[in-house]
Write a protein that binds this ligand. Sequence first.
Ligand code: OGA
Ligand code: NI
Length: 343
Amino acid sequence: MAPTLLPVQEILQGGVVPKDYLQTKEDYQFGDVPPALMDTPTIDFSLLSSSPNELTNLYSALSSWGCVQIVNHGIPESVLDEVREMSKQFFKLPMEEKQKYSSKGNELEGYGNTNAIQQGSLNWNDKLHLHVYPQQKRQLQFWPQNPHHFRTSLDEYSKKNHMILELLLKSMACTLNLKEESFIELLWENEKEDNLHARFNYYPRCPMSDNVVGLKPHGDGTVLTILLQDQHVEGLQVLKDDRWFRVPVIPHALTILVGDQMEVASNGIFKSPTHKAVVNPKFDRFSLAMLFIPSLVKEIGPLNALITEDKPQLYKRFKDYGQVYTQSIPSGKRPIDLVKITY
Ligand code: OGA
Ligand code: NI
């Protein structure tokens, strides 16, 4: 079993950044400093079911960037603020208190440093990872009781995210002239088996911020990720055409990232972007990623309607993408490269 690493927050108390966290030359392969802002229009979520123009914008953002921000998504600002606040409060608790929720060994769930299964230099990131759906999979021993409303707020926030996911999946199908339910039937059908994980990220400020990275470049292994960014501190960057772009802070927007399983389901039309989180020298940064992952027993592959003579099947079919993810780690490749079919 890999040794448990100290939370980054603790390391920082020592005042020295350990060399394992310092980035190597290869980590800077697409170094373009400072990167430009991502300039795709935000989507007015409330117009998606009525405005063809909004659907076109959604299609264009997700097929080129794989990332877009949505506003008017129906989650009240007060709920977003509350969720952000409780996440900050959790990470600010005394270490002994937080360690009651620590992950054990290589377990995904719980509080701690994210680097247990990691190659090369380490991420400047602490996290709290919770399995939210299906409901019977909740391991409440990892769900903080302090702040006292943590559990109910996360529950409420998760339900609202679930509603957003459904409308997004329907809208994405509509942009491809598919039956509205096409992606839902393939990817997110069964309440008892489909998975939603919540990952609270904490990126402590770092005096050597240019030499560390919050989360190394990666693609999400999800269908979609709904990210609640910090409302003050920027940090998310996406890769497009081999250049990094900063994703702007829009205080009450939600950031949508296409995950690998949606890239597969759409036979490559929607792009799962390589993205990373950078660290700020002066300010701590928080984010909450809601990760939608289909039932592990379900076969996932490109929708038949999207396989044509002009566009052959570009990805293999698989079950449980988590296994593909794990297999990809020693190679250093992106997991999606392991399921690509080359002709
Ligand atoms: C993630 C992620 C980015 C961020 O949790 O997978 O990419 O800005 N987070 O925290
Ligand atoms: Ni990510």
